[in-house]
Design a protein around this ligand. Structure first.
Ligand code: NDP
Length: 273
C-alpha cells in the first residue's frame, strides 16, 4: 500500500532499534490486511522517553511498540496500563486512542500463543523457566495466568529467581533443577549467535523426550538447545514464535484485526536469513 495523506504512523521506540524485526512483521501484516498504516523503527535515547511520547501523541500516531531502555520509564507518561503491564512493571506496546495513551505488555501472551500453536496448553502443566530477566518475567507471569500448576524459576541469582517466581502467584517457586517438568523454557541469551552460540543453558542436560522445549533465542533460528532436545524426542518451539505472536497481539490491539500470522512468519524468516 502506498503512503498517502491518510496513512497512520506506527513504529517501535528503543535504543538500539535499527536491528528490530518488528517493522518487517508489522508492515507485512498491514500490507496483507490492506490497512493504511506504516510502521518504522524510531531510535529514542534513554532520557527522551517523555519527549517521544508527547511527540507521538501530538502527531496522532496509531500505536507504538516499546523496547529497551523504555519499557519501565514509559509508564509514567501514559494514561493507563493493562494488568499484565502493571504486574511486570513493563510496557511493550502503546495504543493512542479515545482513552489516551494506553500501555500493554504482549510478550507473555505472545509466548503462550506460540505454545498453543505447537499444541501445548500450559494449563495444569509443570513448567521450568531458565533466567529471571525481562523476557523470563513476562513468560513466568503469563504461564501463571494461563493456569500452570507449577512455574519453577531456575536462575544463577537465586534472589532474582525468587522475586521473578512471585509473578506466577502460588504456582511460582525458585528451583535448582528441571526434574518433573512438562515444559522447559530458555529465557537467557545462552545459545545466541556470537560468542554464546553453541552453548547450552542451565538444566539442559536433564531434558527428556516427554518435555516441550521452548527457546526464546531466535538467532540462530534453530539453537543447539532445540537440536539436542529434538534428538531426545522432545517437541520444540523456536523463539520466533513469541516474537511473531506478541506482534500479532499488538496489531489486534491497534486495529481490531486478526493478524495474518503465516504471512508475518514468512516475512520474518526471510529477513532472518
Ligand atoms: P535480560 O538481560 O533481561 O535477562 C537475561 C537473563 O539471563 C538473566 O536472568 C541473566 O542472569 C541470565 N543469563 C545471562 N547469561 C547467562 C548465563 N551465561 N548463564 C545463566 N544465565 C544467564 O535479557 P532478556 O530477558 O531481555 O532476554 C533474554 C533472551 O530472550 C535474549 O536472548 C533475547 O534475545 C530473548 N528474547 C526473545 C524474545 C522473543 O520474542 N523470542 C523476546 C525477548 C527476549 P543474571 O541476571 O544473573 O545476569
Amino acid at each position: 500500500m502506498l503512503v498517502s495523506g491518510s496513512t497512520r504512523l506506527a513504529g517501535v521506540i528503543g535504543d538500539p532499534v535499527r536491528h528490530s524485526l518488528s517493522p518487517v512483521l508489522h508492515n507485512a501484516a498491514y500490507r496483507e490486511l490492506g490497512i493504511d498504516v506504516t510502521y518504522v523503527a524510531m531510535p529514542v535515547a534513554a532520557g527522551a522517553t517523555g519527549a517521544a511520547i508527547a511527540g507521538l501523541r501530538a502527531i496522532d500516531a496509531l500505536g507504538i511498540s516499546v523496547t529497551l531502555p523504555h519499557k519501565e520509564a514509559v509508564i509514567e507518561h501514559l494514561d493507563g496500563i493493562s494488568d499484565a503491564a502493571h504486574r511486570l512493571n513493563a510496557v511493550n506496546c502503546i495504543h493512542f486512542g479515545k482513552d489516551g495513551a494506553q500501555g500493554y505488555n504482549t510478550d507473555g501472551q505472545g509466548f503462550v500463543a506460540s505454545l498453543l500453536d505447537a499444541g501445548f496448553d500450559p494449563q495444569r502443566k509443570s513448567c521450568v523457566v531458565v533466567g529471571a530477566g525481562g523476557a523470563a518475567r513476562a513468560v513466568i507471569e503469563a504461564l501463571g495466568s494461563a493456569g500452570a500448576s507449577r512455574v519453577g524459576v531456575l536462575a544463577r541469582d537465586r534472589t532474582k529467581a525468587e522475586q521473578a517466581a512471585k509473578l506466577a502467584g502460588e504456582a511460582g517457586a525458585e528451583v535448582s533443577d528441571i526434574a518433573g517438568a512438562d515444559l522447559y523454557v530458555n529465557a537467557t541469551p545462552v545459545g545466541m549467535a556470537g560468542e554464546r552460540e553453541g552453548a547450552l543453558p542451565p538444566g539442559a542436560e536433564q531434558i527428556t523426550g516427554s518435555m516441550l522445549v521452548a527457546d526464546l533465542v531466535y538467532n540462530p533460528l534453530r539453537t543447539r538447545l532445540l537440536g539436542e532436545a529434538a534428538a531426545r524426542g522432545a517437541l520444540t518451539v523456536e523463539g520466533t514464535g513469541m516474537l511473531l505472536h506478541q506482534a500479532a497481539e499488538q496489531i489486534r490491539i491497534w486495529t481490531g484485526a486478526e493478524a495474518p500470522v503465516e504471512v508475518m512468519r514468512s516475512a520474518m524468516v526471510e529477513a532472518l536469513r
